[in-house]
Design a protein around this ligand. Structure first.
Ligand SMILES: [Zn+2]
Length: 904
């Protein structure tokens, strides 16, 4: 750009004769624009980032002779001085150039906005150097401009930057610069008026003598945002009404009349006739902004436009503090003196469609109309009242206006924004010695508090160290939560903060499980201030628990989890009113009356079976009047994933409703384990299921015995070697034989927190509760997702318990039991089956099992009628199912061919 010596142009408008013959559009024949092969080598072409375009931008349309003559005449003209910019070049010389945006405007003017197109043919990075963290980049592009009749010119453009801070910034600058450069160089190939004349030194020398007045802009030149215009209108109206009569005029009274228009684009350049000025050449763009005072009149569209070409960017300090609106406003203020003139402009601007720009009389008429349509009163109302207003606009004077300072009671502020109160020395002096002194200067408000190294603003004044603080007083942090009556209290009028506080003292909470989740839950509940907590767990402490079950210490290994956990909490809280009660045992052993004594049950279990049991038990308590409804909160984690859910028995979906979402325990087919192992797990399973009983018939494998695990690992490793399988480790061996669920303390903390917050809200009723399932995912994608799982109609616990099934004619009772066991949504491992007429098969007691065992091989069709209710129970679950056989189909006898069996 701006380079006067262009020896390597590859299509010829150069006057120097070194380039190939010029491609002329003078003939008007599209075929004459033959393509000159580009300078860039084929090898380089293949490396280019942009593929050459395969389709033409538009089909060539030949110009008519008339059109052709007009275009040619325009192209032959020399650029008017207002188009030419100067900037200092090398050797103290001024370089003339045309700004990119002006070139575009010219092209649009000459060819029509739809009469030409530009393409980026290729881009090539010539060099990219990284030096001391700075990027230097040089980049060349090939640009093609095609006009309507198919004639095109190609030229290269170049962009470079030295020592740019960022790579992306360097590319951005260079690509834009190169493209603009290429575009301008292409355009100049079309003729003088598109820039070629700038290479004629005699013309330039003469042109420098012309002084071009900076263009005056008329409001009608702007394309304005209607919304902004409307606002300006309203604003100006109110300004006008507040200005006293004597001072209506604005400051810019020395400005030129409004008729002065931008000379660009609409006037033919008249360089020869305008030969009357002898002003010394400006070292800069003749449109340049020289001083702040001239800003108002020299504002150019380019200054308002962010689409300024990077290489033609005006200096930043020239544009300082003048953004688009400043300019327009200043312009408007300066341009008009009297009131009528002023609103004249406004009304014109507000009606861009009619655009009767220079007709003053017409505009004045307009003005009168506009005045009446702008409302005098501007005020705000809130959204609710806005609805009323839309229905009956005449209400406008009766409605209270919007109070911008209003703060809802439900929003609690710890700092009153309207008040500034000095903090007393006594409030912060106590902590001075605890905080290291801050060495940074105090005026750095980011690093130091206004008080320097003193107490942070907004922190409560420190009292006695926490460890010595009585538990009762520490509840102070929770009371504000309970004492605030907000819009989320279920029935705000009936909410009693005192009652909510009292709940902390009286509520009875059962925590099932004192493992990873249980430890967290117990800690949270006790620290929240709950006083009556029972914890039940049948497990003892294992060394592998210590990494996350933080209520236990190495000395506790082997002891009951529930008791140790309760002891720890008791010692930590040191509050005589805290009743924490531990039960070491199975939940199934406790009577109904025990469970009915609780207000809420929280589960932190790793057993599906125990969850199903407590779920079914709590659902069974609820009668039709919703008496004995005990909410159940269930948490669960596996590695980085977890979920918490609130079950309101018989109201929301229950645990059983979601049973099909539980990941089934991984099992491996015995034949694979025995014959064709492929995975390390297969080898371990083989060792534990098949090999161990053979090798150690008298010794049952104990996963907690280090020697046993070692032996199991050796067996598995040998098996793996035999089949060339890799990946058997001691860890994996333990994982497979114990079926260990991965667990991490942090995920337990997240889920336990959610469970305890829900318990707190359910009991105190201060905020809406979880409805009803929150899942947390922290591994491959990180999110929490809360949704309302709906009750299942055919849930075997809370829904219609009758399931309809289709049976085969050849089914024995044993086949029916297999079918029940295999159903994921039923998940009964040991079903007992009976009808109202007879016990078909009972798992317990032993005597009845023996009596009913022969039925297993009898045909079902002989024992049960279609539509007859079959009751299915499981001794491990307090639930039952009703099955109804819809239909018997298939062959009479069991197909012995496996394919036929599958086909049925
Ligand atoms: Zn259910």
């Amino acid at each position: 750009m701006g380079d006067n010596v262009r020896s390597n142009t590859f299509n010829g408008t150069s006057n120097r004769g070194t380039a190939p013959p010029p491609v002329s559009i003078a003939t008007g024949n599209p075929n004459s624009a033959h393509r000159v092969p580009p300078v860039i080598s084929q090898a380089n072409r293949s490396r280019m980032q942009h593929k050459p375009p395969v389709t033409k931008q538009f089909q060539p349309v030949p110009y008519s002779e008339e059109e052709h003559a007009v275009i040619q005449e325009r192209l032959n003209k020399v650029l008017g001085p207002e188009y030419v910019s100067f900037r200092p070049g090398g050797g103290g010389q001024n370089v003339s150039y045309i700004e990119g945006w002006k070139a575009l405007n010219l092209a649009n003017e000459i060819f029509g906005f739809n009469g030409w197109s530009s393409e980026l043919i290729s881009t090539e990075v010539d060099f990219l150097d990284l030096n001391h963290g700075r990027y230097s980049l040089g980049l060349s592009v090939v640009v093609r401009i095609t006009i309507k009749d198919g004639t095109f010119h190609e030229d290269f453009g170049y962009g470079y930057i030295d020592n740019a801070k960022s790579k992306a910034g360097a590319f951005e600058k260079c690509k834009k610069e190169a493209f603009t450069d290429g575009l301008k160089r292409c355009l100049r190939c079309f003729g003088n008026v598109l820039g070629n004349c700038l290479y004629d030194k005699t013309i330039i020398a003469k042109m420098k003598k012309f002084k071009v007045d900076p263009p005056e802009l008329d409001k009608s030149d702007f394309h304005r945002d209607p919304l902004i215009l409307q606002r300006e209108n309203i604003k100006q109206q109110s300004v006008r009404s507040s200005v006293p009569d004597g001072s209506k005029g604005t400051s810019g009274s020395n400005q030129q009349p409004a008729q002065a228009k931008r000379p660009m684009h609409h006037q033919e350049p008249k360089a020869k006739n305008n030969n009357n000025g002898t002003i010394t050449p400006e070292p800069r763009d003749t449109h340049g902004i020289k001083n702040p005072e001239s800003l108002a009149k020299t504002y150019d569209l380019a200054d308002f436009d962010s689409f300024v070409f990077s290489d033609d960017m005006p200096d930043e300090n020239e544009l300082e503090d003048h953004d688009m609106n400043d300019g327009i406003e200043e312009y408007a203020l300066n341009k008009n003196n009297g009131e009528s003139d002023y609103s004249n402009t406004l009304s014109k601007a507000s009606t861009p469609v009619t655009n009767d720009t220079n007709d003053k009389a017409g505009a004045s008429k307009h003005n009168n109309n506009t005045n009446t349509s702008v409302p005098e009163l501007v005020s705000f109302i809130n959204a609710k009242l806005a609805n009323i207003l839309q229905k009956s606009p005449e209400e406008v004077s009766n409605l209270p206006s919007y109070n911008t300072r209003f703060v809802s009671n439900s929003i609690r502020r710890t700092v009153d924004p309207n008040k500034s109160v000095p903090i007393k020395r006594t409030e912060y002096s106590q902590r001075v010695h605890q905080t290291p002194p801050i060495s940074k200067p105090t005026n750095d408000y980011n690093s130091a508090t206004p008080l320097g190294n003193k107490r942070m603003i907004g922190m409560p004044p420190s009292q006695v160290p926490q460890s010595k603080r009585p538990h009762l007083e520490s509840k102070a942090s929770i009371l504000p939560l309970l004492q605030t009556i907000g819009p989320y209290n279920e029935v705000a009028e009936e909410y009693e903060p005192d009652a909510a506080v009292e709940i902390l003292n009286t509520a009875k909470i059962l925590v099932i499980g004192a493992g990873g989740l249980g430890c967290e839950i117990l800690k949270n509940l006790a620290l929240t201030g709950f006083k009556n907590i029972d914890v039940i767990d049948m497990d003892t402490i294992d060394i592998s628990n210590l990494n996350r079950q933080f209520l236990f210490r190495p000395k506790d290994i082997g002891k009951p989890k529930a008791e140790i956990a309760a002891n720890f909490i008791r010692n930590r809280i040191r509050d005589d009113s805290l009743n924490i009660n531990a039960i070491f045992g199975k939940i199934q052993d406790k009577p109904d009356s025990y469970y009915k004594s609780f207000d809420i049950v929280i589960c932190g279990l790793d057993s599906v079976e125990a969850r199903r049991w407590i779920n079914a038990t709590l659902v069974s308590f609820v009668d039709e009047n919703l008496n004995n409804l005990i909410p159940l909160i269930d948490g669960g984690t596996e590695g980085f994933r977890g979920q918490s859910r609130v079950i309101l028995p018989t109201i929301t979906s229950c645990y059983e409703c979601t049973l099909d979402m539980v990941t089934p325990k991984t099992t491996y087919p015995v034949c694979t384990i025995a014959n064709t192992p492929r995975l390390p797990e297969h080898c371990i399973e083989w060792a534990s299921v098949l090999e161990w009983p053979l090798k150690y018939p008298d010794h049952k494998f104990d996963a907690d015995n280090v020697e046993d695990v070692e032996k199991m690992f050796e067996l598995s490793s040998d098996r793996a070697k035999e089949f060339n399988i890799k990946g058997v480790t001691k860890q994996l061996t333990l994982g497979v034989v114990k079926n260990i669920i991965p667990a991490i303390a942090s995920t337990n903390a997240i889920i336990a927190s959610s469970c305890c917050n829900e318990a707190f809200k359910i009991l105190t009723n201060i905020n809406p509760i979880l409805s009803n399932y929150m899942m947390y995912s922290g591994d491959d994608s990180i999110f929490t997702y809360t949704y309302s799982h709906s009750k299942k109609n055919n849930c075997s616990v809370c829904g219609n318990k009758t399931k309809k099934i289709q049976a085969k004619r050849w089914w024995t009772l044993s086949n029916l039991i297999d079918n029940v066991i295999s159903k994921q949504e039923i998940q009964m491992n040991r079903p007992s089956i009976s009808t109202s007429r007879m016990n078909l098969y009972l798992q317990k007691p032993e005597m009845l099992e023996e009596m009913t065992r022969p039925n297993l091989n009898r045909k079902l069709v002989e024992m049960v009628d279609i539509g007859e209710e079959i009751i299915v129970t499981d001794p491990n679950l307090p639930i039952y199912l009703k099955l109804i056989i819809n239909e018997f189909n298939g062959p009479e006898n069991e197909p012995n061919d496996i394919n036929a069996l599958l086909a049925t």
